[in-house]
Design a protein around this ligand. Structure first.
Ligand code: FES
Length: 194
């Protein structure tokens, strides 16, 4: 046997002796990625805190009669940003309370990369399309972004509760004027990706 052939046989043997390295490295990498992804989509979300409204031009956004029951919604544009006003079953920080009736309004620009969020009413859609099953005490409509499946809870002041978005949706300040709701200010647009 020539020297060259001998070396080839040796390196083939060395390769065969280490066949397990690739699958083990792949498995470790996959579990590492799953751990990182799981913590990224569920943990480390920013809290909404007290609202930091910046006053703007007052603008009528809806008649109160258009929001006749809980989870009624009206979309509008304010400060050149798509927004939504919702009637909700309980008070949230930054919302408007008229007796026992509560409203809140949010920018619909997702704080991940700027797609538009929409109200998702069906919990099964949240479970299957967004891979998110809210806890029993949060089993109500959520604002969802279909770009990368982030979910924001309207009853937690618009905080991100699932997905790649970390920051809460900016809130819009509401006022009642006669039979209408007006927007009179909005929280600053966050840096996307924060
Ligand atoms: S832009 Fe909304 S989740 Fe990415």
């Amino acid at each position: 046997m020539s020297r060259l052939e001998g070396r080839r046989i040796l390196s083939r043997r060395a390769l065969l002796a280490r066949w397990w390295v690739l699958p083990v490295a792949g498995t470790v990498g996959a579990f590492g990625y799953m751990g990182w992804y799981g913590s990224r989509v569920l943990l480390g979300k920013q809290r909404a805190g007290a609202p930091q409204f910046v006053s703007g031009q007052p603008q009528r956004v809806a008649a109160i009669s258009e929001l006749a029951q809980d989870w009624a919604e009206v979309n509008f544009t304010y400060d050149k940003r798509p927004c939504t006003v919702l009637r909700i079953p309980r008070a949230v920080p930054g919302g408007l309370n008229l007796g026992q009736t509560h409203y809140v309004a949010y920018s619909r620009i997702c704080t991940h990369l700027g797609c538009t969020v929409n109200l998702v009413r069906d919990p099964e859609v949240l479970a299957f399309a967004f891979n998110y099953r809210p806890p029993p005490d949060a089993n109500h409509p959520q604002l969802g972004c279909r770009c990368h499946y982030s979910v924001f809870d309207p009853l937690q002041a618009g905080e991100a509760v699932f997905g790649k978005a970390n920051g809460p949706l900016p809130r819009v300040r509401l006022e009642r004027r006669g039979n209408d709701l007006y927007a009179t200010g909005i929280e600053p647009a966050p840096k996307l990706g924060d």
